[in-house]
Write a protein that binds this ligand. Structure first.
Ligand code: CP
Length: 318
């Protein structure tokens, strides 16, 4: 793997820590892997002899399957850990759990955890590469990368493009990672949702705030629609899902009032009839399933580039 262009970081903890050149390198590499996964034989030997542990302390469908497929298509050995069926239930600490898994000679860790900062904490205590697959309400860097990659595939370079993120911004790790990623790529970003679900100081990140869905839709080229994260809400932020859908749900009638076509995105899981109607989710303007498809190529690129960096460091005796 010597001679391969390198990422500037050993871990992927958040988009906040990536340079724009890192994002571009990940996209260029993902383009190559997208070609690979559309071949009849979808597998390459790049990560043969690398063992990756997928540690999921929180539920996941897309991210977990996508990482596992990406790892297997790169020929890595894969072990999967799920907190619900593990000794975490018996009181073991995060660090003890991870150190026990690493003692079985694991090279990389992909981790989803409900606590913001959990992968950052681990990175200070263990020596392997860590990829954040979502840490609480904080960041979901691979989702933001696959989102931005999918946007560029449809509308070209994002410099100057208008992206509106709709929904429960307060509890969303996808929103924060998207904001960081889109801004690094030169896009203009606003958020739209009920005032109770918009963080008070979000304007300090350089994003606009719009409470009127019609105005936000009229402004944007791309609408990234997020779900209401009821599992993270310990108080009521709005009267009912019915009322939320009435005022903030994106439906066909709202899109038909626009004098342009906009790209519709959603990281999933979608709640049909709440934040997005079925006729919008399943429309020709929706790229929800293309996002999922691109997720495998993006995750292959990240795993490949982090492994290449590790291999180079080993050769230099670091
Ligand atoms: N988009 C996303 O993170 O989905 P999962 O929770 O199913 O992984």
């Amino acid at each position: 793997m010597a001679g391969i262009q390198q990422l500037s970081t050993k871990h992927l903890l958040g988009i906040k820590y990536l340079k724009t050149e890192d994002i571009r390198l990940i996209f260029d590499t993902a383009l190559n892997f997208k070609e690979v996964i559309n071949r009849p034989i979808k597998k390459v030997p790049s990560l043969r002899d690398i063992t990756i542990a997928n540690l999921f302390f929180e539920n996941s469908t897309r991210t977990r399957i996508s990482f596992e497929l990406a790892e297997k298509r790169l020929s890595a050995d894969v072990v999967n850990f799920s907190a619900s069926s593990s000794s975490v239930k018996k009181g073991e600490t995060l660090l003890d759990t991870v150190n026990n898994i690493l003692s079985m000679k694991v090279d990389m860790v992909v981790m989803r955890h409900p606590a913001p900062g959990a992968p950052h904490f681990l990175s200070q205590h263990i020596d392997v590469n860590i990829i954040n697959a979502g840490d609480g309400t904080h960041e979901h860097p691979t989702q933001a990368l696959l989102d931005a990659f999918s946007m560029e595939e449809k509308v070209g370079n994002l410099k100057g493009k208008h992206v509106a993120i709709f929904g429960d911004i307060l509890h969303s790790r996808v929103a924060l990672s998207n904001i960081f990623c889109l801004q690094k790529l030169g896009a203009k970003v606003i958020v739209c949702g009920p005032p109770t679900l918009i963080p008070k100081h979000i304007h300090k990140l350089g994003v606009g705030v719009e409470y009127d869905v019609k105005k936000a839709l009229a402004w944007c080229d791309i609408a990234n629609i997020l779900r209401i994260q009821l599992e993270r809400q310990d108080i009521k932020y709005f009267p009912s899902l019915r009322e939320y859908s009435q005022y903030f749900g994106i439906n066909k009638s709202l899109l038909q009032q626009l004098d342009k076509q906009i790209l519709i995105m959603h990281p999933g899981p979608i709640n049909r009839g709440v934040e997005i109607s079925s006729d919008v989710a399943d429309s020709d303007h929706s790229i929800i399933l293309q996002q999922v498809e691109n997720g495998v190529a993006i995750r292959m690129a990240i795993l490949f580039l982090l492994a290449a960096r590790k291999s180079e460091a080993r050769q230099q005796g670091l």
